[in-house]
Structures are given as C-alpha cells and as structure tokens.
Design a protein around this ligand. Structure first.
Ligand code: NAD
Ligand code: MLT
Length: 315
C-alpha cells in the first residue's frame, strides 16, 4: 500500500464536517483558504493531500512543484475543470471527486430556473419590490405539454428530466454514450442534435466542459432552434456562447435564458447578466446545506478509506 495521508490542506471553504472526520481519524488538518498562487506553491508541498471546491485552481506548475510529497487532490464537488488531471497523473497524484453528492441540488436549481423562466418569477418579484402591481407585464405560459431538451443525460440531466416530466413536459435528449433503450426506460426520446434544435422549447445543458462541448450552443445552433427557445445552463460557463445568446435575445429569436455558471466567474460580460430576459444566479447549483454536508463528509471519508487501502471516488 502507498504511504498514508497524514496532513491535509483545506484550500477552499468547506463544511466543518470534513475537518472533524479527518481529525477523528488521526489526520492533521490545515485550513487556509483564498491563497495566492505564490502561497500555494509554498503550502501544497507541505501536505499529503489538498481539498478544494472550485475557487482554487490546481494547475500543472503547482502539481509539478508538489510532486513527491502531495499524493492526492480531493474535489468536494463534481466538476474537476479547476484541476489539471493529466498533470496530476503525470506526477503520480491521485484526483478524487464526489460526483453524486450535489447532483440532486443542481437538478432542483435547474427545475427552479425553468419554472422561473416560464412565469417570469424574478422579474415579477423585483417589480413588486419596486412598488408596482404590474399584472399585465408578466403573462407566462405553462410548461405542461412543452418540449424540454436535455443535452447530457448523466446524473443531473436525468434527474432534471424525471422532475419536469411530473409537470407534463415532453423530454427529448442527446448524449453520445446513452442508448435509445436506456433513454426510453426514463421516458426520454433520444435524438441527434440536428433534430433537437427545431423541436425544443427549453434547452438545458448538463455536460462537462470539454473541447467537444465548448460553444455547444452558439450562433449557428441558435439559428436552428425554434423561435421562442429558452436556454438554461447550470453546468459550466463556456458551453453556451453568451454573446451569441444575447444577439438571439435581442433579435427576438430566443425568449429567455437562465444561467448559474459563467465564463469567467464572477461574470464580466454584464450585457448578458443585466439583460431583462436573463435570470442569473451566482453558481448556486450545489449551494444547499444538504449538498455541502454531503460533499464535505464524502471527500473526507474517501481520504480515510484511502488510508485503509480502499480507494473510492477516484477519477
Ligand atoms: P455526468 O458525468 O453524470 O453527466 C454528463 C453527461 O454528459 C454524460 O452522460 C456524458 O456522456 C454527456 N456528454 C459528454 N459530452 C457530451 C456532448 N458533446 N453532448 C451531449 N452529452 C455529452 O455529469 P453530472 O454530474 O450530471 O454534471 C453535469 C455538469 O454539471 C458538469 O459540467 C458539472 O461540472 C456541472 N455541475 C454544476 C453544478 C453547479 O453548481 N452549477 C453542480 C454540480 C455539477
Ligand atoms: C460542482 O462541479 O460540483 C459544482 O460546480 C459546484 C461547486 O463548484 O461547488
């Protein structure tokens, strides 16, 4: 068995549960968040493992500088796009995440945004706070009978599909590794992308941000969409081209958008965030007490299991 993890650095805000589990298992813990790259270059090689959420970027140079000492990078969450996984592998450093711990929370936020889009809830609430009673300004439409396209039928995409079927939505979807039969078993019609664009009233993306999914929704694909389409992104900034979407909202082709994630974060493209047809939340998909307790305890448990020789949640 490889040598045990004795010292863990917690580099992003995480629930106390994580610290408690590690300490109860005899592991020394340093909590030091919001570190600069220079500080990380010093602190990382002093630890056997580091735990991050999404704020700290574990880059190739940090990993190279920590090689030989750092054995493990733990991501308390799903996406590992803030960790250079190939560089970790090259330096014999294990990367672990907690891929299921926040799926339900992310799916619930997605459904909240879709229903908010259909009924203009944030805009109507803001108008009430401004002292208005503008009932005529916020005519909505039912989601019942409308078509939801889910791009990426993994953990979150599937949970979203199941929940919105309960509202009477027809769900179509695309995922290169899912078979027609697997989709059918969940009442989802699997279609190629070219058939998805013209049919969907709502398109929600639940894919990882990789080369193949960057700019998946852009000027060309938006032009193939139904007039009145609404786009939802609770996955990662960069999957939908925000500039192209603003153009589509401005020319009346797209009817609305709801985004939890941006490129970069916090977002600098204010024309998108401030657009009256856009609902924006500050990366809240996993921000529930439930998900945060789960990611914190799961990543700590995984490290404890690693020390016992059972490795869980490794990428
Ligand atoms: P998952 O791995 O379970 O599912 C992703 C699916 O996308 C897979 O089935 C995969 O085959 C599919 N896919 C890959 N390339 C594709 C393509 N080109 N077209 C269509 N499908 C493709 O992942 P998940 O746990 O469901 O997470 C989905 C996304 O949500 C990730 O980007 C993750 O980082 C993000 N996320 C965001 C939040 C948040 O706080 N907003 C919280 C959790 C996860
Ligand atoms: C994730 O990938 O887990 C989410 O984006 C949430 C987070 O970063 O905490």
């Amino acid at each position: 068995m490889s040598s045990p993890i004795n010292k863990v650095l917690i580099a992003d805000d995480i629930e106390q549960e994580c610290v408690d589990i590690l300490k109860q298992n005899g592991i020394e813990v340093t909590v030091k968040t919001k570190q600069t790259k220079e500080q990380l270059l010093e602190t990382l090689p002093q630890h056997d493992a580091v735990i991050v959420r999404s704020a700290t970027k574990i880059t190739a140079d940090l990993l190279a500088a920590s090689a030989g000492k750092l054995k493990l990078v733990g991501r308390a969450g799903t996406g590992v796009d803030n960790i250079d996984v190939p560089a970790a592998t090259a330096n014999k450093i294990l990367v672990m995440n907690t891929p299921q711990a926040n799926s339900r929370s992310a799916a619930e936020l997605t459904c909240t945004l879709i229903l908010s889009l259909s009924r203009h809830v944030p805009q109507a609430a803001a108008s009430m706070k401004a002292g208005k009673w503008a009932r005529k300004d916020f005519m909505g439409e039912e989601v019942y009978g409308r078509t939801l396209a889910v791009l990426g039928l993994g953990r979150i995409g599937t949970e979203v599909a199941i929940r919105l079927q309960a509202f009477g939505m027809r769900v179509i979807g695309y995922d290169p590794i899912v078979t027609k039969e697997q989709a059918q078993a969940k009442n989802i019609e699997l279609l190629p992308l070219e058939q998805i664009w013209p049919q969907a009233d709502y398109i929600t993306v639940h894919v990882p941000l990789i080369k193949q999914t960057e700019n998946l929704i852009n000027k060309e694909t938006l032009a193939l969409c139904k007039k009145g389409v609404r786009i939802i992104n609770v996955a990662r900034g960069g999957i939908v081209n925000e500039q192209d979407l603003v153009e589509s909202l401005n020319n009346g082709h797209a009817k609305g958008a709801a985004f939890d994630v941006f490129e970069p974060e916090p977002p600098t493209y204010r024309e998108f965030v401030d657009h009256p047809l856009v609902i924006a939340t500050p990366h809240l998909g996993a921000s529930t007490i439930d998900a945060q307790l789960r990611v914190a305890s799961e990543i700590a448990d995984n490290i404890v299991q690693y020390n016992k020789g059972t490795v869980l949640g490794v990428l």
